[in-house]
Design a protein around this ligand. Structure first.
Ligand code: GDP
Length: 344
């Protein structure tokens, strides 16, 4: 039986990945930070929190001995490194924590794998934020990085370390450069989930109005369960590699909000511009969205769109779930949770 170790198992991708690996018959060791704020709700919603082949162990990327104890003690066949301070917005206020978890945390795992068992396969969660102010569009594996945020900069470091350990020491180290990927398990600090949760609460009469930042931002949004499937394909391939995972299409924050309200049968219309822009219910005229400049980012990436051709050719991977369907699934989950009085 294969043993897989996932750092960040309590996050969106960690939870879906754990479920997929359990379905594949693996034993899964999930690293959980003792002080993890998110708790186990995602594993519980997926019905795997008490799975007999899932073991949750205390693990903190910032603990220098943690990775050694884990790797030497459990001898996993593969490590999926998904843990990090992953919210781009917070990386501006916590740049050092972001660097330590995303950057140094990755190096430590690679170094310990090299020392303890270089046959352990390694997956690095890289990010489209590494492209930042990309000069070309769409971006692919050959596009130069130009990160715009402390998060993106730390991820560039971790990515190059994974590539270096692959090339210098022959480790089976993969790097998946993932564009935004959403699901009902997305954290509420991310804009899609913030919107679907607010739409549900407005529908249930628990919220008056949704406040958002930059409505012009566009993202290449995919479906998280499909993206973790690509991670597993990378780790099962004959050779380690770097892969862009994206849909190749973008939508704006306005588009996503329109879809989310449509999921509860409300048509919205945007009026005005800049900080005075609002969205109203087309039928009643009620204001449903306002802009709050406090939610603007100090720096923004607006043109990111990925080309997944390499993943399609080498891994047979194809993203198929459309954004409208992802959005409806998220709104339905948030209606269910908010109706039950659960806030996750
Ligand atoms: P990111 O791509 O990892 O930063 O994902 P987010 O979901 O946090 O942000 C996506 C985009 O939505 C960014 O360009 C934000 O500036 C924009 N945005 C607009 N309003 C909001 C908001 O209220 N919260 C968040 N998180 N993002 C917002």
């Amino acid at each position: 039986m294969k043993t897989s170790f996932i750092t960040g198992v309590t996050g969106q991708d960690g939870a879906y990945l754990a479920r997929l690996l359990l379905e594949h018959g693996h034993r899964v060791i999930g690293g959980v930070r003792r002080s993890a704020s998110s708790g186990l709700w995602r594993l519980e919603e997926l019905g795997i929190a008490s799975h007999e082949r899932l073991s949750l162990v205390n693990f903190d990327l910032l603990d220098p001995g943690g990775a050694v104890r884990l790797l030497a003690g459990h001898r996993p066949h593969e490590v999926y490194n998904l843990a990090a301070q992953s919210f781009v917005g917070a990386s501006f206020t916590e740049p050092m924590l972001t660097l330590q978890t995303a950057g140094a945390g990755t190096l430590q795992l690679l170094e310990n794998i090299r020392a303890i068992d270089p046959a352990i396969r390694f997956y690095q969660a890289s990010s489209s934020e590494m492209f930042g102010l990309a000069r070309t569009s769409p971006q692919d594996e050959d596009t130069p990085f130009c990160p715009r945020t402390p998060y993106g900069t730390a991820k560039v470091y971790a990515h190059w370390m994974a590539v270096n350990y692959r090339e210098t020491y022959g480790l089976f180290a993969c790097s998946g450069i993932l564009y935004n990927h959403e699901s009902p398990l997305r954290g509420r600090e991310f804009v899609t989930r913030k919107i679907t949760d607010a739409v549900a609460r407005i529908r249930l009469g628990k919220l008056d109005c949704l406040h958002l930042g930059n409505l012009d931002a566009r993202r290449d949004w995919g479906y998280a369960p499909e993206y973790v499937d690509a991670m597993v394909r990378m780790m099962s391939a004959d050779k380690p590699g770097t892969y862009v995972l994206a849909t190749g299409r973008t939508a704006s924050i306005r588009d996503f909000a329109t879809m989310a309200f449509r999921a509860v049968e409300v048509e919205i219309q945007f009026r005005g511009s800049g900080v005075d822009e609002i969205a109203v219910d087309a039928r009643t005229g009620r204001t449903l969205i306002r802009v709050d400049p406090a939610l603007y980012r100090p720096a923004e990436v607006e043109r990111l769109v990925g080309n997944p051709a390499h993943a399609r050719a080498q891994l047979g991977w194809e993203p198929v779930v459309p954004l409208e369907a992802i959005c409806v699934e998220m709104v339905e989950a948030d209606l269910r949770r908010n109706s039950a009085g659960v806030s996750l």
